[in-house]
Design a protein around this ligand. Structure first.
Ligand SMILES: [Zn+2]
Ligand SMILES: [Zn+2]
Ligand SMILES: [Zn+2]
Length: 295
């Protein structure tokens, strides 16, 4: 499994516009944090977690290939503001976006044109297939042949690129050995973002949890055996709906996770290099563009 940190910052990103603090004015690229999102590559599938307002910029640096699933943790703007920018990915067929009912209802209300049924769609809107999920009901991502967007909507270079990508994927699939492809099962887990119930996701021995303040005791059994985790740690002082860095460390220790990467940081921490030195073993500050290879 490979995880690419697309964004490790809090809702307004770092630097925060107009802020003269030492983190916001740092020249270290690790102090530049886009809104929180990660790309998971597992069993030959590409799974995006959250699609915030920096999605377009985040994907410019990443190989262009289809997204097999987009998992949404919750409906706050910093996690869904980029859904319209899924448009380029819909040339490979409707993009499957997974969200809880409560979150899906919000999205339908806020950006209804993104979810127009196929028959009524006009070119220029994203082709999204919104799928409702529930905590503890596994999501299974399968190898499926999708109906491609009609070539008459594509400009020539894009049409050629699509063919190239599809040919390369086909060759990749044929070359893969048994056990390196197949379904991916994802378990949604309930966590609390202050008073708002949201979801985190577990894939094999890895968990991705963001915007959590607390977790119901009953969820811990779903996280048993997790060895690697990405989890939110906002800053050092208390926040009503986000874990502090110390709370994130305590949570990681409680689960007995081997390696933890913190995300959703604000500018209210030290600069990356200094803050990283203060963290105990097995806990890291994630940074944008970081690639984590898990066995
Ligand atoms: Zn957030
Ligand atoms: Zn600042
Ligand atoms: Zn949030």
């Amino acid at each position: 499994m490979r995880i690419t940190i697309l964004g490790s910052g809090t809702s307004c990103g770092v630097p925060q516009v107009g802020c003269p603090c030492e983190v916001c004015t740092s020249t270290d690229p690790k102090d530049k944090r886009l809104r929180c999102s990660s790309l998971l590559e597992v069993n030959g599938k590409r799974i995006l977690i959250d699609c915030g307002p920096d999605f377009r910029q985040q994907m410019l640096g990443i190989d262009f290939k289809p997204l097999d699933a987009v998992l949404i943790t919750h409906e706050h703007y910093d996690h869904v503001g980029g859904l319209d920018d899924l448009r380029p990915y819909s040339i490979f067929g409707d993009v499957d976006v997974y969200a809880e009912k409560f979150c899906a209802d919000h999205l339908m209300e806020r950006i209804p044109y993104c979810f127009t049924p196929k028959e009524k769609r006009y070119p220029g809107v994203p082709a999204i297939n919104l799928i409702e999920i529930e905590p503890h009901v596994p999501i299974v991502i399968r190898d499926t042949e999708k109906e491609l967007m009609s070539p008459r909507y594509l400009e020539e270079p894009v049409k050629q690129k699509r063919q190239q990508v599809l040919d390369a994927l086909k060759a990749e699939k044929e070359a893969r050995v048994e056990g390196e492809h197949g379904d991916v099962t994802i378990m949604p887990i309930r966590v609390m973002h202050g008073r708002l119930p949201i979801v985190g996701f577990r894939v094999e021995n890895f968990a991705y949890i963001t915007d959590m303040k607390t977790i119901p005791e009953s969820e811990l059994s779903y996280l048993q055996g997790v060895e690697y985790m990405i989890v939110n740690g906002l800053r050092h002082h208390e926040h009503p709906s986000h874990q502090t860095i110390d709370e994130a460390i305590a949570f990681s220790r409680r689960l007995g996770v081997k390696e933890t990467w913190l995300v959703h940081m604000s500018h209210n921490i030290k600069k990356h290099q200094e803050e990283e030195k203060l963290l105990p073993s097995g806990i890291h500050l994630a940074y944008d563009g970081e690639v984590i290879e898990l066995l």
